[in-house]
Design a protein around this ligand. Structure first.
Ligand code: ADP
Ligand code: MG
Length: 223
């Protein structure tokens, strides 16, 4: 699950790239979108049918005549579920939606406003995690980083001061914009274009994998 109270921090970018990586790696993958802006849903809609399939669920919609359980059902055999969330989830909702997640990723941009917003969100997440007695599954990703800037140093100091791991540092790169526009993840682009960025994802993917190797409950499926 990807969360952050700020819009534009990279939630949908992380969610769609994670989903693309899971699908591309052969896992049966679903991408559930709780944000009414529908970025992940639109991304999945652009995806070429010849690519590794991803079940996209527009969870922000409230269609009439179907139960919530039916609307959110996963295809049988689903192995990875990536959840994209809206900005500005309050603590109660945050506690509720993160309860069943095996891993919670929080992308943070190198900007003063984002660092401030993230520190509040991390406080809330830790409270929520304690409520659910699972503090070990939260991690931060520094996104759109331009090294050697003063604000990058400030972000790194902030992240180092947290009790939660920094599992990825992703640069600011147009490749994310181009991949998104085509319904792809960077892992599905020609390697010569994406090599450097794919390298930056390795620690993040390792962390994600370690989370999904110890699922605390079976993914709910309706056969
Ligand atoms: N590392 C990155 N480099 C360049 N552009 C990025 C990067 N991460 C996100 N973006 C762009 O920033 C914008 C906001 O990102 P998005 O993932 O939609 O944020 P959120 O879902 O948190 O609102 C999008 O246009 C996206 O393509
Ligand atoms: Mg989004």
């Amino acid at each position: 699950m990807v969360v952050n109270p700020k819009g534009g921090s990279g939630k949908s970018t992380l969610a769609t790239n994670l989903a693309s990586w899971c699908a591309h790696s052969g896992y049966r993958t679903a991408l559930m979108d709780f944000d009414a802006q529908g970025s992940s849903t639109r991304w999945a809609g652009k995806r070429d049918a010849r690519r590794a399939p991803i079940q996209a669920i527009a969870a922000y919609e409230r269609p009439e005549g179907v139960t919530r359980t039916f609307q959110l059902r996963l295809l049988p055999g689903t192995e990875r579920l990536i959840v994209d969330t809206p900005a500005a989830l309050d603590v109660r909702l945050l506690t509720e939606v993160t309860r069943d997640a095996d891993g919670i990723l929080l992308p943070v941009l190198p900007s003063d406003i984002d660092i401030h917003a993230a520190s509040h969100c991390i406080g809330d997440l830790l409270v929520a995690a304690r409520i659910n007695a699972r503090t070990d599954r939260i991690a931060v990703v520094a996104n759109r980083v331009r090294q050697n800037t003063r604000i990058y140093q400030a972000l790194m100091r902030f992240l180092a001061s947290l009790q939660i791991p920094l599992v990825g540092i992703l640069r600011d790169a147009q490749i994310y914009v181009h991949a998104a526009a085509a319904g792809l993840g960077i892992f599905e682009l020609p390697p010569r274009l994406a090599r450097r960025d794919i390298e930056q994802w390795q620690s993040l993917l390792e962390w994600t994998n370690s989370r999904s190797e110890h699922p605390h409950e079976q993914l709910r499926t309706v056969g």
